[in-house]
Design a protein around this ligand. Structure first.
Ligand SMILES: Nc1nc2c(ncn2[C@@H]2O[C@H](COP(=O)(O)OP(=O)(O)OP(=O)(O)O)[C@@H](O)[C@H]2O)c(=O)[nH]1
Ligand SMILES: [Mg+2]
Length: 233
C-alpha cells in the first residue's frame, strides 16, 4: 500500500425490521461521514426482516456510493455481525448500529492508527457522556460487573461502536460461538485474551428513539450467554 493511502474502513451495520427508520438514518450517516479522511464502505447486514428492510436498502444503493447489502435468512444479530465482518476487506471493520453511530468515532480510529487492534467506544470511561435513562445506565453498569467478575475482562463496555483491525476479524470473528447480542462480548473478550491491544474512547450516547428491546427478556438470556462464553474460553 502506498504510504499516504487513506485508511480503509468497512462499516458494518446489522439491521432487523428497520424499513421505516433506516432511510433517514443512512442519510444522516452518509452526511456525517462525508468529510472523514478515509476510504469508507457501508455494509448493511440484514437478516430475517419481515417489513421490507432489504428492499429499502436496495433502493438506496444507487444513491450512496459504497453502500451494499448482505441478506441472510434467519433473524440473528450475531450471525449478521459475523458474516458481515467476514465479507468486508477494509483495514478496520467498524460496527455501528442503525441508531448509534458517530463520525468522531471514525476520526478517533484513524488517529489511533497503529497503536491498537480493537477500539471500543465506551459509555463508562472518563469523558464519556451517557445521556440514556437510569434503567439503561444501570443495566450497563451491572453488565460491566458481570464482565469483570464472570469473564475477568478489563474492558469497561463491550456493547456499542467498535473498530476491529482486519487481523483480529480474521483470527477471532470466525471462532465466536455466541449468537444474538452476546456476539460482541465474546469477540471482545476473546481478543483481549489473545493479547490484542484494546483502546477505549469515550462515547456520547443519546437515545435517538424509543427502545425496542425488553430488558426483562434480555437479562436471563444475557446471563445464560455469559456462562456459555465462560465455559467456551
Ligand atoms: N441483522 C440483525 N440486526 C439486528 C437484529 N436485532 C437487532 N438488530 C440491529 O441491531 C442494532 C441494535 O438494535 P437496537 O434495537 O437498537 O437494540 P439496542 O441498541 O441493543 O437497544 P436500545 O437501547 O433499544 O437501542 C440495530 O441496528 C438493529 O436493527 C437481528 O436479529 N438481526
Ligand atoms: Mg439501539
Amino acid at each position: 500500500m502506498a504510504p499516504d493511502a487513506p485508511t480503509t474502513l468497512s462499516i458494518v451495520i446489522p439491521v432487523h425490521n428497520e424499513a421505516d427508520y433506516l432511510p433517514g438514518a443512512l442519510a444522516e450517516l452518509f452526511e456525517e461521514i462525508a468529510d472523514v479522511p478515509a476510504s469508507i464502505t457501508v455494509l448493511v447486514a440484514e437478516n430475517g426482516s419481515t417489513d421490507g428492510t432489504a428492499q429499502a436498502v436496495r433502493e438506496l444503493i444507487g444513491r450512496y456510493p459504497g453502500l451494499s447489502l448482505l441478506e441472510l435468512p434467519t433473524p440473528d444479530y450475531g450471525a449478521a455481525m459475523r458474516e458481515g465482518f467476514l465479507s468486508t476487506d477494509g483495514e478496520w471493520v467498524v460496527n455501528f448500529d442503525i441508531d448509534y453511530f458517530s463520525a468522531d468515532f471514525l476520526r478517533s480510529v484513524i488517529s489511533i492508527g497503529e497503536d491498537a487492534d480493537l477500539v471500543l467506544a465506551s459509555k463508562r470511561v472518563e469523558g464519556a457522556d451517557d445521556r440514556r435513562g437510569n434503567t439503561r445506565r444501570f443495566a450497563t453498569w451491572t453488565f460491566n460487573q458481570v464482565l469483570r467478575f464472570v469473564l475477568s475482562s478489563g474492558v469497561s463496555d463491550t456493547h456499542g461502536m467498535k473498530a476491529i483491525r482486519r487481523e483480529v476479524v480474521d483470527h477471532i470473528a470466525a471462532e465466536v460461538i455466541s449468537t444474538q447480542d452476546l456476539f460482541d462480548t465474546e469477540l471482545v473478550v476473546r481478543a483481549e485474551r489473545a493479547g490484542y491491544r484494546i483502546a477505549e474512547v469515550p462515547a456520547v450516547v443519546e437515545e435517538k428513539r424509543e427502545t425496542k428491546s425488553s430488558l426483562a427478556k434480555r437479562v436471563p438470556r444475557t446471563l445464560n450467554g455469559v456462562w456459555r462464553i465462560r465455559r467456551s474460553l
